[in-house]
Design a protein around this ligand. Structure first.
Ligand SMILES: [Zn+2]
Length: 65
């Protein structure tokens, strides 16, 4: 199972710790990409996923009580 690390909607760099071997590494995800798969130093794949911007502009859903 591939580890998933979310990043913010406007972030282009990230740092993550591999759950498998504990290696900490940093990388870059260009702003026009929504996701990417990177390998830690141990060769384990880690998926970087960009979060959607916070839905504050459009009232898409009614607020729960
Ligand atoms: Zn690893």
């Amino acid at each position: 199972m591939t580890q998933v690390v979310p990043i913010g909607p406007i972030e282009t760099t990230f740092s993550a710790t591999c759950d498998t071997c504990g290696t900490t590494f940093a990388g870059r995800l260009d702003g026009d990409l929504d996701e990417g798969v990177f390998l830690c130093r141990g060769g384990h794949p880690i998926r970087i996923e960009r979060r959607e911007p916070p839905a504050g502009a459009a009232p898409a859903t009614a607020s729960a009580a």
